[in-house]
Design a protein. Structure first.
Length: 351
């Protein structure tokens, strides 16, 4: 089997019948007048020059309109659809389907089609007729069998098509070769969830920001950055308590205290500049600190913020082993939080 090709094909021509055929596993196109002209020929092997020669020399009076008719090329492209090719089918209401070609092009007049009649539609003498319009012959000339890929029958363009594929689906012609954006089609084909523009943007930015934090900041500057972050998200007051603060026991320690006065809410935070993992000692320090503070009318909570990739399992278990959990924020989560808060004036953290 040759390498698969990627196509876009609209089914807007003779819409009602084309929709019915699509549901039965066929893509369709018009040009029924051309069936006698190309009778007996291997359509799927026909080259463009061969196609042009036949159009220019053999089209009878009934189909002279094909000569010089630019959309004729959509018929020649349609004949190139081959087994295993992938076809994007734009649909109304901002949706599209992804199909796989399961055979070669066939004429609608071939008698082995498994297409049942429906209300308003006859299949007679190899052609479709519109029963609601004096049995008008419907211009369906050629079909290609397809299989709509599972879970890709009607998916949102906004959620599953990237910029390149969205732009290509705006083409008004009947069909087009789109193997030049195969990567975009495969992305839509393999997507298990909608495209999340925020995640696509924030993840690489957060990695770059975290790298800069690890390389450029000392532990003291990291504490200043965390203090700045709390002020940025609305803390009325954020400060670094003295390292030799009186009365601390059992390893109790907090690096930042942030207060949100209108809500009477206070955060005690332990800050670690680590690589790899941060262990349970950081959780112990901030838990003990929180327990040793005098009760007042504030609601208090405890955090550990680290530049490490993650926390050890022991740290996670200890953080949950309390009536009030310790919030754990690892490196990438902290970097994303900074980006969400906005880093325009981040240098002010170190002034």
């Amino acid at each position: 089997m040759s390498e698969k090709t990627y196509w876009l094909h609209r089914i807007s021509h003779e819409w009602n019948t084309a929709q019915h055929l699509f549901g039965k596993g066929y893509l369709s196109i018009g040009f029924s007048d051309m069936i006698p002209v190309f009778e007996g020929m291997n359509l799927w092997k026909m080259t463009v020059p061969e196609f042009e020669n036949i159009v220019n020399t053999k089209c009878a009076d009934s189909c002279k309109w094909m000569v010089g008719f630019r959309p004729r090329y959509s018929l020649q492209r349609f004949w190139q659809f081959s087994l295993g090719d992938i076809v994007i089918v734009p649909l109304p209401w901002g949706c599209f389907s992804i199909c796989e070609v399961t055979g070669t092009v066939i004429r609608v007049t071939e008698s082995n089609l498994d297409i049942s009649d429906t209300d308003g539609l006859n299949f007679k003498d190899g052609y479709f007729e519109d029963k609601s319009n004096n049995n008008r012959r419907i211009d369906i000339g050629y079909l290609v069998p397809i299989n709509v890929i599972e879970n890709k029958s009607r998916i949102s363009r906004a959620d599953f098509a990237d910029g390149a594929l969205t732009s290509r689906m705006k083409l008004r012609q009947t069909n087009a070769w789109i193997s030049d954006i195969a990567q975009s089609v495969e992305k839509a084909l393999n997507a298990s969830k909608p495209i999340n523009f925020y995640d696509n943007v924030i993840d690489p930015l957060a990695k770059k920001l975290l790298e800069s934090i690890k390389v450029d900041l000392t532990p003291d500057k990291l504490e200043k950055l965390v203090k700045w972050y709390f002020r940025k998200i609305g803390a009325t007051t954020a400060y670094i308590p003295p390292k030799n603060e009186h009365g601390k026991e059992n390893g109790a320690d907090a690096d930042i205290i942030a207060e949100f006065e209108p809500m009477k809410f206070r955060i005690y935070a332990q800050v670690k500049k680590h690589d790899g993992y941060t262990d349970e000692w950081a959780v112990t320090q901030i838990r003990e600190y929180g327990k040793q503070q005098k009760l007042d009318d504030y609601t208090c909570t405890t955090w550990v913020i680290t530049t490490a990739d993650d926390f050890s399992q022991a740290a996670k278990d200890l953080a949950l082993d309390d009536k009030e959990n310790v919030r754990l924020m690892a490196g990438l989560d902290f970097a994303k939080a900074l980006l969400d808060a906005g880093i325009t004036n981040i240098n002010q953290a170190f002034e």
